[in-house]
Design a binder for this molecule. Structure first.
Ligand code: ADP
Ligand code: MG
Length: 147
């Protein structure tokens, strides 16, 4: 079954509030793939999720160079930014796939790099610029999969 939710937010705070509610609904071991251009709000969305899971607003920044940040909370949040990853083999070589089953929540920016490794029950979240501070946000369970 395909499920698709569509939202429009009008500023960073609204996107974080949406992410907060979204994160509260997730089960352990859920994988969330974030798509969107630079500045679309992927990392902002992860900040809102982090607030929901940890109860704190600690600074979340994109792990562009480290590829992975880990935040403790009620549920551990594994925050990947794979922009600088070459391919899926590199991801496996670093043992990163173990985090898919580590009883936390995985958020993956630039998951395009590891398409073939993504479990079929991943959630796909696309953020798109819609002029000024507006963003269209689509949440779906099928986006990048065609069978
Ligand atoms: P990405 O990780 O996709 O490159 P970031 O989350 O790092 O994007 O940056 C998004 C930028 O856009 C932030 O500076 C944020 O304050 C700004 N912004 C403006 N409007 C919004 C919105 N509606 N939702 C999310 N971010 C927004
Ligand atoms: Mg980012």
């Amino acid at each position: 079954m395909v499920i698709e939710y569509k939202y429009t937010t009008h500023g960073e705070a609204e996107t974080r509030a949406l992410a907060f509610k979204f994160a509260k609904s997730l089960e352990e071991n859920q994988i969330v793939c974030l798509f969107g251009d630079l500045g679309a709000g992927k990392t902002t969305f992860v900040k809102g999720m982090h607030e929901a899971l940890s109860g704190s607003a600690d600074l979340v920044s994109s792990p562009t160079f480290s590829l992975l940040n880990i935040y403790q909370g009620d549920k551990v949040l594994y925050h990947f930014d794979l922009y600088r990853l070459h391919d899926a083999d590199e991801f496996l070589a670093m043992g990163f796939d173990e985090y898919f089953f580590a009883d936390g929540i995985c958020c993956i920016e630039w998951s395009e790099r590891i398409t073939r490794l993504l479990p079929l029950d991943s959630i796909f979240l696309t953020l798109a610029h819609a002029g000024g501070n507006m963003r269209h946000i689509t949440i779906t369970n099928h986006d990048k999969i065609s069978l």
